[in-house]
Design a protein around this ligand. Structure first.
Ligand code: VAH
Length: 317
């Protein structure tokens, strides 16, 4: 029986992953949160919730012991645009926090999942069909924390045998938790505007391609990589995974197929545009497919249909 701790359980990934894991595993699936980011009623009623601040190593160790945790999903991070406004805090959470998690995992023999991102690449990385093993010189603090996290996680596996695993997420699109300051979050906001029948003001310029993924596929990747047979792993931290790549024009025209009156104008945000310009256009995810059977299930059309339907339900439109 798996006992799992999710650190950052009320964030964009955590708020859905916690509920998914509770539906799969019968053991303790503990929702770790910080004051001010409390779990909702459904999360409180469906399993144990504990205050776990990733910058507090004693708190992590205490909860891991209390619930006999064997797997930690470390989802605590500041996303790219926010991290540029608070770089020191981004490092403290993203790298300082990860060091705390890895030390507890080493002592208590836990497996650890820590997501990386397309943000771990930089402007010198090959932009199209970005390889699994390539140059990673990100220009953002978010990217620096993600590359550092990949290297630390591999070090703890190679040096101490900690079972660390990770995927490089594209931009994640979800109807459950509102966007949290990411560069790719325009691709979430656009659906909210369409569902509310409002004009969308796009902060990212036409022709800016980024990898994106629907949250249900991302959640499945979180589960499948941790269930995968490590004997087949050539890589661990971190696997490229991909689903679709589009620019604002493509997603806008896809939405218009379902909402013909939907309107979009551009008001490019230099900060987010600068970050987006430093990231890949598309990833090569052949290693994840070969080493643990990764395969996306949603494309832009099926994601658009589902997002619009679920958001209209949410807004009773
Ligand atoms: C961000 N949504 O924009 C996150 C993600 C690949 C992007 O890491 O910061």
């Amino acid at each position: 029986m798996k006992n799992i701790l999710i650190i950052g359980s009320t964030g964009q990934i955590g708020s859905e992953l916690t509920m998914k894991l509770r539906g799969i595993y019968n053991g303790n699936v503990v929702a770790g949160y910080i004051p001010g980011a409390e779990p909702n009623e459904a999360m409180k009623e469906s399993g144990p919730c504990e205050i776990v601040d990733i910058t507090n190593d004693k708190q992590i160790a205490e909860i891991v012991s209390k619930y006999n945790i064997d797997t930690i999903y470390n989802l605590a991070a500041l996303l790219s645009a926010v991290a540029e406004t608070k770089p020191q805090l981004a490092w403290k959470i993203g790298v300082g926090g990860l060091c705390n998690v890895l030390e507890v995992a080493r002592e208590k023999k836990c497996a650890v999942f820590t997501p990386s991102s397309i943000g771990s690449f930089g402007p010198d990385t090959p932009r199209d069909n970005t390889p699994q093993d390539t140059l990673q010189r990100p220009k953002t603090m978010y990217g620096v924390t993600k590359v550092s996290g990949e290297l630390l996680s591999d070090y703890y596996f190679n040096r101490f045998g900690v079972d660390t695993r990770s995927v490089r997420f594209p931009g994640l699109i979800s109807y459950v938790t509102p966007p949290g300051g990411g560069t790719t979050d325009y691709a979430v906001d656009i659906y909210y505007s369409a569902a509310k029948k409002e004009q969308f003001v796009c902060p990212i310029g036409a022709g800016t391609f980024m990898d994106m993924m629907y949250m249900p596929d991302a959640l499945r990747a979180c589960v499948e990589i941790m269930e995968a047979d490590p004997a087949k792993f050539v890589h661990r931290n971190s696997f490229n995974i991909a689903s679709m790549s589009f620019d604002p024009e493509i997603i806008y025209n896809k939405i218009k197929e379902y909402e013909p009156d939907f309107k979009m104008v551009y008001n490019v945000d230099p900060l987010r545009q600068g970050i987006a310009d430093s990231w890949p256009n598309s990833l090569d995810d052949s290693c994840a497919r070969e080493e643990w059977g990764w395969k996306p299930e949603f494309d832009l059309d099926s994601m658009t249909r589902d997002m619009l339907a679920k958001l209209k339900e949410k807004f009773n439109k």
